[in-house]
Write a protein that binds this ligand. Structure first.
Ligand code: UDX
Length: 430
């Protein structure tokens, strides 16, 4: 394998994972960030991102002399054969991706990039961005490649080192081959294509995943109304290889840093070329409704929510992360607060104050005096709460489990009434 000198610009969870993993494959990697404090912390081996295995890889890479950190992109790229841009592309005006970070860095590095180097766009960017970056760089000797990431928060390192596939797109086949070769050791199926197609793969994949979830959430709603159990239904569907059993769990709606942003961006991309992508729009609308349904269910169970105390279990957008970006739990909490509910919340990884609720550091305090408890994030430790103790401190008996995560028997034994999603109501043993 060729060992390459690589620069990674941006040390968010994608950039840092990419840098640390490429270093673990043997490459020499410099990671750059504009935040000098963050760089100093990384140099000292301190990783602030909650990502299993990442801190270990960062320290290992630094000790082996393969991974280093620097402030600013210019310094990092000076000696690089391949430059990865791992920059934020947040939702901008009207739902389109905001590319200013990518454009700024392109302007900063254009005259320091070594002759013949390859610039790789790893951030999720609208179709045509690689071409735009190439135009901004305006360097005939520098090829631009799209290499979308498919990293899930909470398993980013594992996803990087054991990918289902690697997608590399460029209008220069040689540049695409050079980037693909960086990952050769992983032995993953590698799909080479043109740049626009690679950019589209990311949106098409993430929108499909979001659509799968909205579909399952809508099926769950029907299950409740016709007396079916969505867990059995998705089991029965998932064995069909054309459907697949993963990404079929209903919940309070999907969130996080990617799916909401990418679905909105896809609708804007379609609009930009005169297409009304109703399927993706319906996926988004169904997700908005799914959050409202949580509130409606609570209201149906305990009556008007104004002045009613609700215990909230979980705030992160999914278990295993402390990320609150586009968290469905926060969206539900906001709707509940809007109706005047009094919210006391607990999340094992969140201890900072949040608007509209009291955040406590003990689950039993969160549920104390609550007319109802709503579970919004599937933290494993919620399954093993002492439900008899929960029942003894609550003022009511309703537990709404929006992830079908809890053990119905444990709650029934504790005298609690469990409402799940897409399932019949579980009433206490009498
Ligand atoms: C996602 C994609 O999976 C990843 O490939 C992409 O590159 C980035 O976006 P991530 O945002 O980390 O990753 O979260 P993911 O695990 O995909 O979950 C997204 C949302 O869907 C979460 O809110 C999660 O709770 C929800 N979800 C997921 C469900 O409600 N049910 C499921 O079965 C799976």
């Amino acid at each position: 394998m060729f060992v390459r000198r690589i620069a990674v610009v941006g040390t968010g969870y994608v950039g840092l994972t990419t840098g640390a993993c490429l270093a673990s494959l043997g490459h020499r990697v410099v990671c750059a960030d504009v935040d000098a404090l963050k760089v100093a912390r990384l140099e000292a081996g301190q990783v602030d991102i909650l990502e299993p295995g990442l801190a270990g890889l960062v320290r290992e890479g630094a000790t082996a002399g393969r991974l280093s950190f620097t402030v600013g992109a210019r310094d990092a790229v000076r000696d690089a054969e391949v430059v990865f841009l791992c920059l934020p592309t947040p939702m901008g005006a009207g739902g389109a991706a905001d590319l200013s970070a990518v454009e700024d860095v392109a302007a900063v590095i254009r005259d320091v990039l070594p002759y013949g180097c390859v610039v790789v766009c790893k951030s999720t960017v609208p179709v045509g961005t690689s071409t735009r970056v190439a135009a901004l760089l305006d360097r005939e000797d520098v090829a631009v490649v799209s290499n979308p990431e498919f990293l899930r928060e909470g398993s980013a390192v594992r996803d990087f080192l054991h990918p289902d596939r690697i997608v590399v797109g460029s209008d220069s086949p040689q540049a695409a081959e050079r980037v693909a070769a960086l990952f050769a050791k992983l032995g993953a199926p590698t799909v080479l294509m043109d740049a626009a197609s690679a950019e589209m793969v990311k949106y098409a994949a993430n929108c499909f995943l979001a659509m799968k979830l909205s579909y399952v959430n809508a099926v769950a709603e029907l299950c409740e109304l016709v007396g079916a159990d969505v867990t059995a239904v998705t089991d029965g569907m998932g064995y069909d290889k054309r459907i697949g059993g993963s990404f079929l769990k209903p919940g309070p709606g999907w969130g996080g840093s990617c799916l909401p942003k990418d679905t909105h961006a896809m609708v804007r991309i379609a609009e930009g070329v005169g297409v009304d992508f109703t399927l993706v729009q319906a996926t988004i609308d169904t997700n908005v409704r799914q959050r409202q349904r949580v509130v409606d269910k609570l209201r149906a169970a305990v009556g008007p929510l104004a002045g009613t105390r609700i215990g909230v279990l979980g705030l992160a957008f999914k278990a295993g992360t402390n990320d609150l970006r586009d968290s469905p739990a926060l969206a539900v909490a906001e709707l509940l607060a809007f109706e005047g509910a009094e919210l006391v919340a607990y999340d094992p990884e969140i201890d900072r104050p949040l608007v509209g609720m009291t955040v406590v550091d003990d689950p039993y305090v969160a549920v104390s005096g609550a007319a109802a408890v709503v579970l919004l994030t599937e933290w494993p430790q919620f399954r093993t709460l002492d439900w008899t103790r929960v029942a003894s401190v609550m003022s009511g008996t309703t537990v709404l489990d929006t992830r079908n995560h809890l053990d119905p028997d444990a709650l029934r034994r504790a005298g609690l009434t469990l409402r799940g999603v897409g399932r019949p109501v579980e009433v206490p043993f009498s």
